[in-house]
Design a protein around this ligand. Sequence first.
Ligand code: FES
Length: 188
Amino acid sequence: MDAGTAANYRGGHDNLGDNGGVRGKEGSAAVKVAETGDDILNRIVEICHSYGNDKSFLIQILLKCQEEYNWLSKDVLRWIGEILHVPLNEIYEITTFYKVFNLIPKGKNLLKVCNGTACHVRKAPVLLSKVSSVLGIDPGETTKDMLFGLETVGCLGCCALGPVLVVNDQYYSNPTIGELKKIIAAHK
Ligand code: FES
């Protein structure tokens, strides 16, 4: 199948994403905020086309699609497979083998709380619970507006700052609830 518009492929999608760890029913239709299924599909078609619909670029295409949406939904994987003529199970094998691929929604901004040994003894679990309560989600989940994802990570190499929170690429040392609210508001 050659590159085309969303109309060529949309018959195959039943649900925009499988909702992964998104908290709340409203999140179920969201892959990327304010984009419709056809917008997403057209973008996938465009990305595949930019690589000549060549399946030898499958990994690059998957990475590029993930860069757009922060994760790869079931439908996105299926569309890529249809466009490149690659069986879906082959795409799943690749995306589950390489840790770089996210198969659950991650949110536009990713908050990581370090739970390495040094941060843990400096009360990382307390920081995690504060972040969790401000966002209203647990680690591994994404807010229903797809703006924030939360996860725990191992040592980030800046133990002296512990417990450490990283928001995208910005590091924070043991922020208070008030500071957390400001940080989160600044990313809305
Ligand atoms: S243990 Fe958290 S930065 Fe090292």
